[in-house]
Ligand binder design. Structure first.
Ligand code: NAD
Ligand code: ZN
Length: 346
């Protein structure tokens, strides 16, 4: 079968012919419907090497950590899955028996350091191929919902959902506000999730005008970058500052913006992995501000994300590419030319 393979550090992946996978015990082979191109993959094949980045992300493996597909073949011991049904893949894969894994939070597996891979598509063969094999525990049923447009929900939906859900205490009550920085694959869905889960005023910013227009169409008030940006954001909150900020870039300047507009007792969640720094001191930020990071989400939360999708409350905005054009999808993502999410549909 054809697959997009990360085969060398700091090198563009290649599209090549590989063996079709066979489902191992407890696994289900999926015929892939869609696989999203996530900005984290750019870090995998452009930035990481032996000395920087998770040790499990060494070449080679098939990319695609947000994917969906139809059940094609069942491995030994798998029951209760109907061939042909559509599923979303929960990518993270922990040990399965520690406290974190037992609450469905494989992302924070206590044995992560000794696991051979982080996730399907991150250390273990992923969905940017004609077929992918995953443990049955990692499948979330899609019912009759479109599996191609659903693919980004596994990461571009789940990651903001987890970040927002853990920030809900800061957004409870009337007159609250949220700020989304970076309106790409994750940020666009974040705007929709905030609208679905909270009554907060959603403020959004990006360096690209078309990204802000998309966010505005989903109900956000947009503020462009440049001088006066922090003042303009603060003004939209009646001067009190933003209750919950979500930074989907994570660079020094975006973290500085987040910390510059956050309200007293507010919360800043850095999701983007641009690895920016922020120098804290007692007087630099309002009292009781929390600055945190989050990584992906739980399998239970992915079921909830699918519920929102099936209820029409969130809709990933996707550009569909053929598998033969997958490298073009990554090129456009890296060049910042995409709007919404690129999904490769074999
Ligand atoms: P993307 O490329 O689709 O979108 C990024 C957006 O940020 C673009 O619209 C871009 O114009 C905008 N942007 C860039 N610099 C900006 C700046 N200085 N100010 C405002 N906007 C700016 O990327 P994505 O796939 O949505 O991923 C976003 C980030 O989240 C990446 O760093 C990715 O690696 C990370 N990520 C983290 C997790 C996690 O679990 N923590 C999971 C998935 C992705
Ligand atoms: Zn575990």
């Amino acid at each position: 079968m054809k697959a997009v393979v990360f085969d060398q550090y700091k090198t563009t992946p290649s599209l090549k012919e590989v063996d079709k996978p066979r489902p191992g015990p407890g696994e289900v082979l999926l015929k892939v419907a869609g696989a999203g191109a996530c900005h984290s993959d750019i870090a995998v094949f452009r930035e990481f090497d032996e000395s920087f980045g998770p040790a499990q992300l060494k070449p080679s493996f098939i990319l695609g950590h947000e994917s969906s597909g139809w059940a094609e073949e069942l491995g030994d011991g798998v029951e209760g899955i109907t061939l042909g049904d559509a599923f979303l893949v929960y990518g993270p894969m922990g040990c399965g028996h520690c406290r974190a894994c037992s609450r469905g939070q494989d992302t924070y597996c206590e044995n992560a350091a000794t696991m051979p891979h982080l996730a399907t598509g991150l250390g273990r063969d992923g969905g940017m191929a004609e077929y992918v094999s995953v443990p049955v525990r990692n499948l979330v049923p899609l019912g009759d919902a479109d599996p191609v447009a659903a693919a980004p929900l596994s990461d571009a939906g789940l990651t903001p959902y987890h970040a927002i859900k853990t920030s809900l205490p800061a957004l409870a009550g009337g007159g609250k506000s949220a700020l989304v920085i970076g309106l790409g694959g994750l940020g666009q869905i974040a705007v929709q999730i905030l609208t679905a889960l909270t009554g907060a005023t959603v403020i959004a910013t990006d360096t690209k005008q078309d990204a802000m227009e998309r966010a505005a169409a989903n109900g956000a008030v947009t503020v462009p970058g440049g001088p006066g940006q922090a003042d303009a954001i603060r003004e939209l909150t009646g001067g009190k500052g933003v209750d919950a900020v979500f930074d989907f870039v994570g660079a020094g300047p975006t973290i500085a913006l987040a910390m510059g507009v956050v309200a007293l007792r507010g919360r800043v969640t850095v999701v983007g992995i641009a690895n920016g720094t922020f120098e804290w001191n007692f007087y630099a930020v309002p009292y009781e501000v929390e600055l945190t990071s989050t990584y992906w989400g739980t399998v239970e939360e992915l079921h909830e994300v699918v519920d929102l999708y099936r209820a029409g409350q969130i809709t990933p905005q996707v550009s569909v590419y053929a598998l033969d054009d997958a490298l073009e999808a990554y090129r456009a993502l890296e060049a910042g030319e995409l709007s919404g999410r690129a999904v490769v549909a074999p």
